[in-house]
Design a protein around this ligand. Sequence first.
Ligand SMILES: Nc1ncnc2c1ncn2[C@@H]1O[C@H](COP(=O)(O)OP(=O)(O)OP(=O)(O)O)[C@@H](O)[C@H]1O
Ligand code: SF4
Ligand SMILES: [Mg+2]
Length: 337
Amino acid sequence: MKILSTTGLKKYFPIRSGVFLQVTGYVRALESTDFEINEGETIGIVGESGCGKSTLGRTLVKIYEPTAGTITYYDPLGASHDISKGLGRDVRQTFRKDVQMIFQNPFDSLNPRMTIRDIIREPIETHKLFDDVAAMDERVAELLTRVGLYPEYAQRYPHEFSGGQRQRIAVARSIAVNPRLLICDEPTSALDVSVQSQIINLLKEIQRETGMSLIFISHNLDVVHHMSDRIMVMYLGNVVESAPASELFDEPAHPYTRALMSAIPSWNPKDRKLAKVKLEGEPPSPINPPSGCPFHPRCPHAMELCHEIKPEPQEVNDGHLCACHLHARADAEVAAR
Ligand SMILES: Nc1ncnc2c1ncn2[C@@H]1O[C@H](COP(=O)(O)OP(=O)(O)OP(=O)(O)O)[C@@H](O)[C@H]1O
Ligand code: SF4
Ligand SMILES: [Mg+2]
């Protein structure tokens, strides 16, 4: 059963300047990001800094309003709701409970003036999961234990904890209301390498126990590989490739995906067609993106066509989509005529 899907989703941030703060341009943070996530599934989202990963996560949980397109939310009974224009009263409560997000920096995301008990209790109270205080406190203790912390820590404040412990508290808070989907935006990148895998394993264990879905955002393809059923590769606001995790590693189709993989020391392509690709330079600005294929200024295979026509995602294999003219040349050339 699906939980969320998007169609034609775009997010542009206006750039304002001058005395009257007129809109003089847009940061095109999300351009083409159609996808869907099913119950129990883990989708990894990867791409370089600034490609729109966080914007996608934040747009999905309605921190940002989309500029265009549709986000469809499927409630636990399977009924679909278009939430792109706002959360109607009928779905607000269910959506807010079903879809949770944890952020990159556990130093910012926990209120420093609240005790751990109050931080974890807040969503439980908001969603009225328990009537009496004793039951709520019991749930807080249970959650702290689940994330590998002592229940006595409930009385303490965030500053008394390390980064890894704070991220465990953020995980406890996010799973307190039994969400069906947890969006994790680089949950380990602010942490010491030694604790990163502990948090990843914790999330995987919780997912196994609860059956919740995960969207796992990272700039590290290696981390995402171990977490995900499916991986979406983003470049300049576009999903350029999407495939089952193992297939993406065995048969990456997009030159950009291959370039990301080439940076992983353990990735050793046996197939000569999948030779390593060195990624040169920085991604272009999303304020003034290139014409045609967004990757063409850095792509070693760029053709004339790539400068003019943006490739649409095409199925290169069952459930494997790639937006590159190398994989759809015949169609694209017809379209170009
Ligand atoms: N609130 C905002 N206002 C204006 N521009 C924004 C805003 N949030 C993000 N952007 C811009 O949108 C683009 C995408 O940013 P985003 O944070 O989604 O990228 P990211 O892939 O998460 O990068 P990182 O790996 O560095 O976290 C960037 O150019 C960024 O500067
Ligand atoms: S469409 Fe062209 S420029 Fe874009 S990735 Fe494919 S070959 Fe490279
Ligand atoms: Mg980000």
